[in-house]
Write a protein that binds this ligand. Structure first.
Ligand SMILES: Cc1cc2nc3c(=O)[nH]c(=O)nc-3n(C[C@H](O)[C@H](O)[C@H](O)COP(=O)(O)OP(=O)(O)OC[C@H]3O[C@@H](n4cnc5c(N)ncnc54)[C@H](O)[C@@H]3O)c2cc1C
Length: 420
């Protein structure tokens, strides 16, 4: 048994960068990973291509961080998005910037991200114990003296919990870190899935595979307007996903968890003003040959969603005759500009990209990632109550907090050894 080492729990994005930063700072590092190999979640990121980070400057980057961007500021500046790119390029992983300032490895393979991290840990002689699940701690006063695992107890001078959240549990992220944090006296803010599919009322999957491009989306909780976004949504078996769907999912899921009703309002023609659209609909409906509303609407939206559009708006299938047509056209135009859909459920952790909520940020020093309650305990990554939008923000949270926790835990370990 050695007490001169620091222990990192979890070989994900945060844990591996943490172990590397600590070893580079001169600490002896033991990384414990419950799965048979590290970085299982990294492998599935960015649809297998791994969106490593986002190059937006902090002012813009931080607007994609929830619920407390200020907490991330220190660690982001210690290991920023540009540091992330330089770090990976120094390990031999060339990076490229794509649409939306998103950064990917040139290899196009997330496995190459895991490979360079493991290679660097090997080079720095980080001891990596896989198939080793941590179940709890031994305490000596207000410090952790040992880490209890499926392979026995390991002494430690400092511990970093980087066990991720609850999403995609098959990757090893099963919420164990929340239990460890509670054991050390920490509180966990309410957990809920984020960046996840939203299920509209009455949806039967018939629009699966459809993308609606350049639409405007508004989220209402009860009667309150809470979010406005523009861009694309995807329809899948699970409902509404894609960049916009994911972006509004955080507030929508939280509201539903709190027992509130949620509605999306879709503007199918955001580039056309209300008046202009009204004139176009009126003109075209008057000239329209036949009275099938379904056929008329196929000039305005993809056929897969017309049935839902009609039933959500209580429309008859036939266009009325004569003067009633003009009135009808006005109503139709309103519905095209604000098609209201009730969201009745959402996809849970099995397919949510991140877990929102986590270790309460008030109980962690933002400058060091050290616990305010336990002398030698640190946190990094998704286990914290920090999450971001899609676009490389979540991995950057893991890298920045992992780096900071690694450097600071290494300093503490060295102090511990020298008896300061
Ligand atoms: C499908 C999908 C796609 C994504 N794509 C992107 C993307 O392109 N860009 C982006 O920025 N973000 C993306 N994310 C989010 C991002 O992957 C995570 O936020 C990030 O990986 C979190 O890193 P982490 O190290 O904190 O946790 P994790 O990556 O979850 O790692 C935690 C590790 O701890 C281990 N562990 C857990 N409990 C124990 C225990 N008791 N003992 C020992 N080990 C334990 C786990 O096995 C795991 O290896 C995606 C997520 C998903 C699910």
């Amino acid at each position: 048994m050695e007490s001169s080492r620091m222990v990192v729990i979890g070989g994900g994005a945060a844990g591996m960068v943490c172990a590397i930063a600590a070893a580079r700072s001169g600490a002896k590092v033991l990384l414990l990973e419950k799965m048979e190999r590290p970085g299982r979640k990294i492998l599935i990121t960015g649809k297998g291509r791994c969106n490593i980070t986002n190059t937006k400057p902090w002012a813009e980057f931080s607007s994609h961080i929830n619920p407390n961007k200020k907490f991330l500021k220190h660690s982001f500046h210690a290991f920023s998005n540009t540091d992330t790119i330089a770090f990976f390029e120094s390990l031999g992983l060339q990076c490229k910037v794509e649409r939306g300032d998103r950064v990917f490895p040139v290899s196009g393979k997330s496995s190459s991200v895991v490979d360079v991290l493991v290679k660097e840990m090997d080079r720095l002689k980080v001891i990596q114990n896989y198939n080793t699940s941590v179940s709890g701690f031994l305490f000596n006063g207000s410090a952790i003296s040992g880490v209890i695992t499926s392979k026995g107890v390991f002494d430690c001078a400092a511990v970093v919990v980087a066990t991720g959240g609850l999403s995609y549990p098959a990757t090893g992220s099963q919420g164990d870190g929340y239990r460890m944090a509670r054991e050390a006296g920490h509180s966990i803010t309410p957990l809920f899935p984020s960046l996840t599919a939203l299920m509209p009322a009455g949806y039967n999957g018939d629009a699966k595979g459809l993308t609606l491009k350049n639409i405007a989306l508004d989220l209402f909780v009860g009667n309150d307007h809470v979010q406005h976004e523009t861009g694309d949504i995807d329809f899948t078996n699970n409902g509404i996903e894609g960049p916009l769907g994911f972006r509004v999912s955080r507030k929508a899921v939280k509201a539903m968890e709190n027992g509130n009703r949620c509605f999306l309002s879709i503007d199918l023609k955001p580039a056309v003003g209300h008046k202009e659209l009204q004139e176009r609909v009126k003109r075209e409906i008057i000239d329209f040959r036949g009275n099938s509303l379904f056929r008329f609407l196929s000039g305005y939206m993809p056929s897969q969603i017309i049935k839902s559009f009609l039933s959500d708006n209580n429309y008859p299938l036939l266009i009325p005759d004569g003067e009633k047509r003009e009135d009808f056209a006005n109503k139709l135009c309103n519905a095209l500009k604000s098609w209201k859909i009730e969201i009745v459920s959402y996809t849970s952790y099995e397919r949510a990209v991140v877990t929102a909520g986590g270790v309460c940020l008030d109980e962690v020093f933002p400058k060091t990632m050290k616990s305010r309650l336990c002398d030698n305990l640190f946190f990094a990554g998704e286990v914290l109550d920090l999450d971001g939008d899609t676009g490389g923000y979540n991995l950057q949270i893991a890298f920045s907090t992992g780096y900071k926790a690694g450097v600071e835990a290494a300093h503490l370990t060295k102090k511990w050894i020298s008896g300061e």
